[in-house]
Design a protein around this ligand. Structure first.
Ligand SMILES: Nc1ncnc2c1ncn2[C@@H]1O[C@H](COP(=O)(O)OP(=O)(O)OP(=O)(O)O)[C@@H](O)[C@H]1O
Length: 965
């Protein structure tokens, strides 16, 4: 934050008939000196500005800063008798009696204590110090150093004490209020410590000296002020780098500047109040004071919040804060001592008795520690400190090392066990997930129970198939003649791209590929833009380096001009005073006009000097910017490469998908035709293969035999079942073209489809069972009461009681419930798909938006760079003229240079502002457009609406209700 400057014009006595030359314009906060020169300041305060008005405009904001934890600083500066002390304290010793004229300090104290009283949630501690600085001596005005204050009256008493101790005329004074705040959040103590300092500088009168170049210079009489002036001049140099601030700024050359380090170029929020006299006879002093204010305003401070937290606490009682803190400190000390002792023991330079003492100490310490860890928790932070010491300590006693090692070993073992468990669980989870993803549950049982691969080919929407699309399901698993599972079709065995990856469907992959194309395109555009910009920046840097000499020549020349003008002004001022004393009005007017003219030129010279300032900072900035751009470019390159790799993978995947879907549609066609024409032959083949398969399974096992007649009957039943099954398959096949053309089935068709699929599975089970009966291994799946658990037994007993009709009804009900459940799950899947696709759309938009944002940012940067280039070209031209002009202080030339420099600078600034404005505007428009788009959250809401089915439990029943929304 910049230092803020306020200029207060002091009132003039009525009987003073001197001419007034200072006007304070409160509307635009400028101070007009003479007829020509005006100084812009943060606060222009007129001569009738009251103490209260001054406080509320310039100081009140600082109170907030102080309570936020920032340091604040108020410094008064000016000629003798212009009201510096009056501004800070009020009218002399009795300031505490006349409230209207209270100065800043008493008002500030009152505000601070009012705030403190109003906020009872925090614990406040206020300390006050007051010192005076005479030359290099710093003296305490209160006699007791820092004093804790608990009320305004106590603070005012201290004010009185301090005032009576001030040495008049010779000293600067420094009054400080330190505010400490403590409060607790989640058992952690929060602290803020901030200081408000009020500095009353001694009068800034100047004396004339002749410098090494033989030039006359006006410098402050007080050495502290002289150093302060140097510091402020150095700090306001636009080329100063914050890294070497301490080397460049001569803070350590006086006690005053050491104390004011935080106020100027430091971490405080500073308000400089410059008090000036409006009288013409004080013109020069006023001019210097205003110049000082101008310089100070250019200084940047780094205002920081001074806050920190301390240990965990267990109790609400605020009195325990101190104890807690002290205890923690002691524990840290003890830990450090322990570490030291252990090292001493290892060094073995101790006597026997010393060794014994230390070992006793260590034992006692361990006992204490055990007590604490058993009885209370609040010292956890201590354990952390000890751990840190132990870890960093390389040479400890053997004993402690052993203990440590044992602990570590058990911990490591434990960790390893945990890791192993975790790995096993993860593997299980992964394989479970994979098998789910692969859709066909790859177990022998499932192969046996529904051994018709034809069904998988056609049905495709089997019990577990509804989540996945046709392409993914079809050839994932096939079976060889020995009923072994062979993973993958020939396609898959050739293509390894998608192995070990969760399957994404074709559409998603296509969309993702589109996004990747966009991303690559965006990257390329940004990279081109960045490359152009890097070239431009490097050119500009070269140009700045090339013209550095011209600028420094111009600067030297301007310095000379400036000094000459200063001398002229001083001479004119002396002549003016002489003319005044001789009461020669004509000469008085002449010298006054001359002085005004010189001030104008001084002002102009200063302005031009600003333009000639060293280009080093600009070059450094540009260098940094080039480095950043190059880094950005590198990042983009890597990102592009990554995206290109992804692109290749996705393209391969999609090609493979395409092939696979072609293959599956061919299979589907051939299977459908087989199903329609050859169902009879197919059945026989199927039945005989079933038998063969089951016979091989039942080898070497003895089961009871069934008669031939029964076997024939069973075969007949199987034949009938197969007919029904084939009929159902035909129904499904009829629906397939519908599904292919519309992608969606009506509710009735959907229900029918589910019924068919479920019925086919039931029939398959029945066929399986009957086959087992024929092969005499039905006992495999028959009910065996021995094997069932208690609940199953009870259930079976209930089933046994049911007659055949009841069982049929029950089965029917279960069948319907299964259908309902499947239909609900399918709807849910559709919702998920919808949500996913919307999510995809949103991701696309975000991607577009971020590309636009990047592009706009780069375009803006480039535009600014072009302007900067033009600005530098023009400046260079002017500097060239300035250096080569024989008579640069010539009126017209200087004014011309100032005017053109201002214009180019203005053009540059305007372009910067416009660029920012336009880009911001266009971006806002874009964002708004997207935001408007997003006001259709109903779609999304629909997608994420919870399942429209209600599942409840009642005694032995599970009730599933589907709402028809
Ligand atoms: N704005 C003001 N309103 C009323 N009186 C003022 C004002 N400014 C200054 N004075 C009066 O002018 C006199 C000089 O002021 P003060 O002592 O504050 O000046 P100073 O700048 O501190 O001088 P020095 O540097 O010599 O200490 C005091 O009597 C003070 O009351």
């Amino acid at each position: 934050m910049n230092v803020e400057a306020a200029v207060r014009v002091c009132p003039v006595l009525y009987n003073n008939d001197d001419v007034l030359c200072v006007k304070s314009n409160t509307y635009n906060n400028t101070i007009q000196l003479g007829n020509i020169q005006s100084f812009p300041v943060h606060y222009a305060l007129p001569s009738d500005c009251t103490q209260s008005a001054l406080f509320s405009t310039t100081i009140t904001p600082l109170i907030n800063y102080l309570f936020e934890g920032c340091d604040v600083s108020v410094v008064t500066f000016g000629q003798s008798g212009t009201g510096k002390s009056y501004t800070l304290l009020g009218p002399g010793l009795n300031c505490t009696l006349s409230e209207i004229e209270y100065g800043i300090i008493p008002r500030f104290l009152r505000e601070v204590f009012t705030n403190v009283c109003q906020n009872s949630e925090r614990n406040y501690i206020i300390h006050i110090t007051w010192t005076q600085i005479c030359g290099e001596n710093v003296q305490d005005l209160l006699g007791t150093g820092s004093v804790e204050c608990t009320s305004v009256s106590e603070a005012f008493e201290l004010l009185q004490t301090g005032l009576s101790n001030i040495t008049p005329q010779c000293a600067h004074t420094l009054f400080t209020i330190t505010l400490e705040q403590q409060w607790v959040v989640d058992n952690i103590i929060q602290h803020k410590i901030s200081t408000a300092s009020f500095v009353d500088l001694s009068s800034s009168e100047k004396t004339l000296v002749i410098d090494s170049n033989g030039m006359t210079q006006a410098i402050p009489v007080d050495t502290g002020l002289l150093t302060l002036q140097r510091c402020i001049w150095a700090l306001s140099d636009p080329c100063i780098s914050m890294c070497n601030i301490n080397n460049v700024v001569p803070y350590n050359q006086s006690a005053l500047t050491m104390l004011l380090k935080d106020s100027f170029g430091g971490r405080a929020k500073t308000v400089l109040i410059c008090c000036v006299s409006p009288l013409l006879s004080d013109f020069m002093e006023t001019f210097y004071t205003l110049q000082f204010a101008m310089r100070a305003q250019m200084i940047k401070n780094f205002v920081t919040v001074n806050s920190y937290t301390t240990c965990e606490i267990m109790y609400d009682n605020t009195d325990l804060f101190g104890l807690q803190f002290a205890a923690n400190q002691l524990f840290k000390l003890v830990s450090n001592a322990e570490y030291l002792f252990k090292n001493l023991i290892l060094n073995s330079s101790l006597s026997k008795s010393q060794m014994e003492q230390i070992s006793q100490w260590l034992t006692l310490k361990q006992e204490c520690k055990d007590c604490i860890s058993e009885s209370s928790e609040p010292h956890r932070s201590l354990e952390i400190i000890e751990e840190e010491i132990e870890n960093s300590c390389s040479s400890e006693s053997e004993e402690s090392e052993v203990i440590y090692e044992e602990d570590t070993q058990t911990t490591v073992q434990h960790l390893e066990e945990l890791m192993q468990n975790f790995c096993v669980k993860t593997d299980n989870l992964v394989s479970a997930t994979n098998s789910k993803c692969n859709t066909l549950v790859i177990t022998k049982e499932s192969c046996n129970s529904s051994s018709n691969s034809e069904y998988h080919l056609k049905g495709a929407r089997g019990r577990r198939g509804s989540i996945h699309s046709v392409e993914e399901l079809i050839p994932v698993v096939s079976m060889d003649s020995d009923c072994k599972i062979v993973e993958g079709t020939p396609f898959e065995q050739n293509e390894t791209v998608l192995k070990n990856k969760p399957e994404l469907n074709y559409e998603t992959k296509r969309k993702m590929l589109k996004q990747i194309y966009k991303e690559i395109e965006g990257c390329e555009k940004q990279m081109n833009e960045l490359e152009t910009m890097i070239d431009m920046k490097e050119n500009l840097m070269q140009q700045l380096v090339k013209h550095k000499n011209t600028k420094s020549c111009a600067r030297d020349k301007l310095k000379q001009i400036y000094q000459k003008l200063q001398n002229d002004q001083y001479v004119a001022h002396s002549k003016l005073l002489q003319a005044k004393s001789e009461n020669n009005q004509y000469m008085e007017q002449k010298y006054y006009t001359e002085m005004c003219g010189i001030s104008q030129k001084l002002h102009e010279t200063e302005l031009i000097k600003d333009f000639t300032e060293n280009s080093t900072k600009k070059i450094i900035d540009l260098e940094n910017s080039v480095r950043n751009s190059k880094k950005q470019l590198e990042k983009l390159k890597k990102h592009k490469q990554k995206e290109e790799r992804r692109k290749t993978n996705f393209e391969n995947d999609l090609r493979w998908h395409q092939k696979r879907s072609d293959h599956s549609s061919n299979s589907l066609k051939s299977d459908t035709s087989k199903c329609n024409s050859n169902s009879g032959t197919k059945l026989d083949v199927q039945a005989s293969s079933d038998h063969k398969h089951l016979n091989s399974k039942c080898n070497n096992k003895s089961y009871h035999h069934i008669s031939n007649e029964d076997a024939e009957n069973l075969k007949h039943e199987i034949k009938e079942l197969r007919k029904t099954r084939n009929f159902l398959l035909e129904q499904i096949c009829k629906m397939d073209p519908k599904l292919h053309s519309t992608k969606l089935l009506s509710d009735v068709d959907e229900h029918k489809l589910l019924q068919c699929e479920e019925a086919i599975e039931a029939i398959d089970m029945a066929i399986e069972y009957k086959n087992q009966l024929i092969c005499n291994c039905a006992s495999l799946s028959a009910y065996n009461p021995e094997r069932e658990d208690k609940v199953d037994k009870i259930l079976m007993q209930q089933f046994m009681k049911l007659n055949i009709n009841e069982i049929r009804i029950l089965l029917k009900k279960y069948f319907e419930k299964v259908i309902d459940l499947r239909s609900i799950s399918k709807k849910l899947e559709q919702q998920v798909l919808q949500a996913e696709s919307q999510n995809e759309d949103l991701r696309c938009r975000i991607q577009d938006l971020s590309h636009t944002l990047q592009r706009v940012r780069l375009e803006t940067e480039r535009r600014i760079l072009v302007q900067q280039q033009q600005h530098e070209d023009k400046l260079q031209l002017m500097m060239h003229h300035l250096v080569n002009n024989k008579n640069p202080e010539n009126d017209c030339f200087m004014s011309h240079v100032v005017e053109s420099s201002k214009q180019t600078a203005l053009a540059f600034q305007v372009s910067q502002r416009t660029a920012k404005h336009v880009d911001k505007g266009s971006l806002i428009a874009r964002f708004t457009r997207y935001a408007r788009h997003e006001t259709v959250p109903r779609q999304l809401q629909a997608a994420i609406t919870p399942p429209q089915a209600k599942v409840t439990r009642q005694k032995n029943k599970l009730i599933i209700q589907q709402s028809s929304k």
